[in-house]
Structures are given as C-alpha cells and as structure tokens.
Design a binder for this molecule. Sequence first.
Ligand code: NAD
Ligand code: IPM
Ligand code: MN
Length: 363
Amino acid sequence: MKKTIAVLPGDGIGKEVTKGAVEVLKAVGQCFNHQFEFVYGLIGGGAIDQEGTPLPSSTKQMCGKADAVLLGAVGGPKWDSLPPHMRPEKGLLGLRKELDVYANLRPVSFYESLVDSSPLKREYIENVDFIIVRELTGGLYFGKPSERAQHNGEESVVDTLFYKRHEMKRIIKTAFDIASIRNKRVTSVDKANVLESSRMWREVAEEIAKDYPDVALEHMLVDAAAMKLIQNPKHFDVVVTENMFGDILSDEASMLTGSLGMLPSASLSLEGPSLYEPIHGSAPDIAGTDKANPIAAILSVAMMLRYSFQLEEEAKHVEQAVEQVLSAGFRTADLAKPGQSYLSTTKMIEEIIDTIVDDAAIS
Ligand code: NAD
Ligand code: IPM
Ligand code: MN
C-alpha cells in the first residue's frame, strides 16, 4: 500500500512526540511492506514565526491532498498574548474546520501494567474501556460573535454556542454506529437543564436512537458525568457530547489510564483526509527536556492505520508493542512513581520501535 501522510509537528513537545509517531509508521511500513511518504508543514506558533499566520495556505493545500494528517500540538507562552485570530490554536481550529473533521474519537483504555500510574484505585479503573465521541467543528469554539464589546458603557464579552441540526445529527449518528459494534450503550452528555442547545441535542439524540433499536441511549448532565467518570467509569461505553464538554471530559478521563500522555485521537470527516493527534497539548513546562510521553502520538498512528488505511493488523501490532513495552516496566516520567526510574522520550520511542520490529520478525 502507498500512502502520503501530511505531518504537522507544531510546537513544544508536539515536535518531540511526532518524531516518534513518524518513526513508528516507517517501521510499520518496512515490516509490512507499505510505502508511507511524509510531507511536512507548518502550523501554530512555528507557522506564525515563519509565515506570519498560524495556518498557512500551503499547509491547508498539503493536508487536503494527503491520505491522512498527523499533528503534534500547537501553542505556548511565546504566542499567548497575540490577538485572537493570530493565536496558534486558531491554526488548529482552522484546520479542523477546513478538513470538516467533525467526529473526534478519543478512546480511553485500561492498561494492567499502569494500574499504579493512575491516581485512582484499581477497583475503579480495572477494565475501563469506553470512547468519547466529541463534536469537533461547532459549538462555542466556532460560534459568532465571539468578541469584546461595550454594553451600557461597560466592557463586556460574548461567545456564541451555535449548532445546526445536521451537525448534531451526524455526530450522534457516529456515536450510535460505534456503539452498535461495541457494547451497545450511548451516554449523551449535555446541560439540558440550562442550555437550549442541549435541549435540541437531546431531541436529536432521541430521534437518532429510533434507528438503532438494539442500542440503549441515556442522557446525563455534564456535571454529573464529570463525577461519574471518577465514581464509576466502567459505566460508560460510548459517550457523545458537544465540542467543549468533550474537551474537558477527555482530559479528565485520561487520568483513568494514568496520564494525559496516553490518550490518542482520530478526527474523521464524511470524506477527505482524517486528522490524527494526541489529545494533549504542547506542554511548555517539559518541552525541550526529552521527557514527554510519546505514546499518545504513537497510538494516534495506530488509529490512522485502522481508520484511514483499514490496516487493522498493523494497528493492533502497534498497540500490542506499546502494551508490551509498558508491561516490561518501561515508563516515561509522567507514568513513573516517585523514585522510580524512567526513560526519556527518545529511549521510549526506541523501545517501542524495537518491539514492533522484533514482533514482526517472529510472526
Ligand atoms: P498540556 O496538555 O500541554 O499540558 C498539561 C500538563 O500535562 C502539563 O503538565 C504537561 O507537562 C503534561 N503533559 C501533556 N502532555 C504530556 C505528555 N505527552 N507527556 C508527559 N506530560 C504531558 O496543556 P496546557 O499546559 O494547558 O497547554 C499548553 C499549550 O498547549 C497551550 O498553548 C494550549 O492551547 C495548547 N494545547 C494544544 C493542544 C493541541 O494542539 N491539540 C491540546 C491542548 C493544549
Ligand atoms: C484539544 C485541545 C484543543 C481543543 C485546543 C488547543 C484548541 O485542547 O485538542 O483537546 O480545545 O480542542
Ligand atoms: Mn483539550
């Protein structure tokens, strides 16, 4: 198989973890006889520095033509005081919108070997296995107006939560499709006791549910869902929610696995290339220290193999290599207990690549 992958390392640890993800793809290509070609582009702070904009048109064009897009992370203190349209995050949001990748899948898994890395007790997290289906191209992130204004002589501000019905329909349908091939339970998370947008979301969820008689639908208010994620995370199978709630709940959910550095994501559209990125950010506090956990980025590549290239065996091969390395006791700093030794980003990547290659030689 021949595929072209657009790689956007971005800022901070984005660059460090993306390097590992690309090396993993190269190793998979060699072991399984695929030709993966990589084209590189600028996004975020680096793009602002070099091109004066967080999303250069050359990057948009390159991504549009690729078979899949791999992104590290954007942002950092250097660009935090720029005007809103010039922030690195605007580049990422612009790319998501441009590619129309409305369905952001964020799987949350339990790793036996990481049971001590989570701040939660074993009995709460053992065998946790659910997926957050986050709407990614609407809601508060994109609603207009979003601005400062004068109101009766006082400085005021407005952000707008805007959704069209079809945007709700397509993401909720995606969640039901996923639930159909999992444990057939959808939890739709909203704030219907307060927000009109959530009341419409509930309506749409009920409507879609009629087409899936074997999938059970429940509604949960977002504050209660945040609590339930800690109190009884095994309750969940497929969680579907709007953009901002999904952002917040997925960082929370990462602690069930053990670290924000563990959670991958796939952002899918109805047609055109999909976008793969770890859920974490550019981690300015550890950028440049070779301390970042590259696993979320590497598992994002496994999702790319599965969803964009239909290479299920190769995807599993990568996921199993990660599990093996963790089971052998290797850790990055974020996963290590106090006093426990840990590997650098570079060494962790090497361990995972060696395992991918060794396992392929055996099978
Ligand atoms: P962050 O996700 O970058 O970091 C939060 C904490 O988690 C930090 O302590 C960091 O060191 C740690 N962490 C994150 N990823 C890690 C990894 N792979 N290995 C080990 N530790 C890891 O969030 P933040 O600090 O709130 O944001 C920093 C910048 O990143 C901001 O500019 C923000 O907008 C941006 N951001 C970008 C993305 C993205 O590009 N997809 C996602 C989230 C945040
Ligand atoms: C994420 C990030 C982004 C988001 C930011 C950087 C725009 O937090 O991918 O989770 O909120 O979607
Ligand atoms: Mn986030």
